[in-house]
Design a protein around this ligand. Structure first.
Ligand SMILES: Cc1cc2nc3c(=O)[nH]c(=O)nc-3n(C[C@H](O)[C@H](O)[C@H](O)COP(=O)(O)OP(=O)(O)OC[C@H]3O[C@@H](n4cnc5c(N)ncnc54)[C@H](O)[C@@H]3O)c2cc1C
Length: 470
């Protein structure tokens, strides 16, 4: 039995902990934020607006610096469950060919669809579909169906279509990954004896000696020895903690990818009811630039308190070639997303916005929707559509939509390169006893929301670590 430190209690850290403990290893799970008791009501609420209102559940240390003349906060969760405690709960896997591409283009042998599908199935993350889709979501889906989309229930695999999406929602309450994977371990005397969860305990760096991970340096300056370290601090902080630890592989902190998105603010006719959860449905479509590479995500209306109601339609591109980076400045994470910096991405974004406009047009004609805006300054959607592709891309770069799917900053590969920081088993190149098991390792971002793909990756890497240390 080895004593292993897992850094970060988001989706990756919770799944990795579960896999390591059930394999008989002793784990200390470190989380800088609060435990389950912190903001308990918002944590279990089916409304993700409730969770996002709790500043304690948000990381305030990550900023995007290339979105104009001032840095914009980049949304991340903090506290047990990580971003799964504040996200929109949509469960998607990405497309089979995303993972085949990991094998084909990045030398990630063993990560093709046929093997990762099994890993996804073995996650057994609870889910349900919202009982009531919500008036706005229903109208968006109906408009897409009238335009020729097929009716689907989104979840495993992917493909074009419009319909409801599987949600991390059980008995009408949010299911975060700490409650799903770690709590059961703490409730069972056999596994509880192997596990310690330290909340409000920040990790400063990995303690390295001659290329071997010997333990951790904690926020209070103390050092603690471990047999191995598994990094799950998320794709923003995992690379920065490795850099702080004196590891300077050429791909650490680079190759950052995210799904560029534009949140279209939709002013509703005042009679529309509010529906929780806000996200229930999804439209997936293809553009000339790729298959199933566009998401339209309706977010049901919530009142602004002045008697007006606003919904959102998030238009996102899910297959991207632009890549950015992250660096630490004064203990803050500075992300340079470089979104839409390739023509292919900019063109796909334009197609996504045009599709969103086409879907919204009949809603406006029917009187359900009063007006559609693309920023808080009152710029209307039709005004943005008059822009050429390049200026539309610049506009979207300054907006930072609602998709927060950062990944790729310690990507996997066959050998160390400008693109690969860890091996195909998640081991940091040129080190021993140090692994990365979160969204940082994606060599290419999948065409879906990233929580389940992150959990799949964590499960597989942690099973490998457990075996190697046995
Ligand atoms: C607003 C929002 C909406 C989203 N909606 C969806 C959705 O609907 N569906 C979906 O699939 N995905 C969604 N995502 C993305 C999804 O939540 C992430 O892909 C996923 O949470 C990534 O998991 P992770 O474990 O890699 O990182 P994180 O969730 O970021 O967790 C990392 C954890 O590590 C902790 N940590 C960081 N640094 C340290 C340190 N130094 N010491 C100790 N602890 C540390 C953090 O506090 C955090 O708890 C959304 C994300 C956001 C922010």
């Amino acid at each position: 039995m080895s004593r292993i430190a897992v850094v970060g209690a988001g989706p990756a850290g919770c799944v990795a902990t579960q896999r390591l403990v059930t394999a008989g290893h002793s784990v200390v799970l470190f989380e800088q934020g609060v435990g389950l008791d912190g903001c308990a009501a918002a944590r279990s609420s089916a409304s993700f607006s409730d969770a996002l209102r709790e500043t304690q559940l948000l990381d305030h240390s990550s900023f995007v610096t290339d979105a104009g003349d001032h840095a914009l906060p980049y949304l991340r969760g903090r506290g047990v469950g990580g971003s799964s405690a504040v996200n929109a709960m949509a469960q998607t896997w990405g497309c089979p060919d995303d993972y085949n591409q990991w094998e084909r283009a990045y030398g990630c042998t063993g990560w093709g669809w046929s093997s990762v599908r099994q890993e996804f199935q073995n996650l057994h993350m609870g889910s349900s579909r919202a009982v009531e889709a919500g008036r706005f979501s229903r109208a968006v889906v109906e408009a897409a169906l009238r335009m020729g989309a097929s009716e689907v229930q989104h979840g495993a695999g992917c493909g074009d279509g419009a319909g409801t999406v599987a949600l991390s929602l059980v008995d009408g309450k949010r299911l975060d990954t700490f409650s799903a994977f770690v709590l059961p371990l703490l409730r069972d005397a056999n596994t509880a004896a192997l596990l310690e969860v330290r909340t409000e305990c920040s990790v400063e760096a990995v303690l390295m000696e001659g290329g071997v991970a010997k333990g951790l340096v904690l926020g209070d300056g103390s050092e603690e020895q471990f047999d191995a370290v598994v990094m799950c601090a998320g794709a923003v902080w995992t690379p920065l903690l490795l850099l702080r630890s004196g590891l300077f592989g050429p791909a650490i902190g680079r190759n950052l990818q995210d799904h560029p998105s534009l949140s279209i603010i939709v002013q509703m006719a005042q009679s529309v009811e509010e529906t929780i959860p806000e996200v229930t449905s999804l439209v997936i479509a293809s553009s000339a630039m790729g298959e199933s590479n566009i998401h339209l995500l309706p977010v049901n209306a919530t009142s602004n308190g002045n008697g007006m109601q606003f919904a959102q339609l998030v238009a996102a591109v899910t297959q991207v070639s632009s890549r950015g980076s992250v660096k630490e400045v004064d203990q803050k994470a500075e992300l340079s997303l470089r979104s839409l910096t390739t023509d292919a991405d900019a063109e796909a974004m334009r197609a996504a916005i045009i599709l969103a406009s086409d879907v919204l047009a009949p809603l406006k004609e029917s009187g359900l929707v009063v007006e559609c805006y693309v920023d808080n300054a009152g710029t209307r959607l039709h005004e943005l559509l008059a822009h050429d592709q390049a200026s539309m891309a610049r506009f979207v770069q300054r907006q930072l939509g609602a998709y927060s799917h950062v990944s790729g900053t310690c990507a996997m590969g066959a050998s160390e390169s400008d693109h690969a920081a860890v091996s195909t088993s998640g081991a940091v190149f040129n080190t021993q006893r140090l692994w990365v098991a979160d969204a940082s390792v994606f060599p290419d971002i999948p065409r879906g929301a990233t929580q389940l793909p992150t959990m799949m990756v964590a499960s597989r890497i942690a099973r490998g670590v457990a075996q190697q240390l046995s």
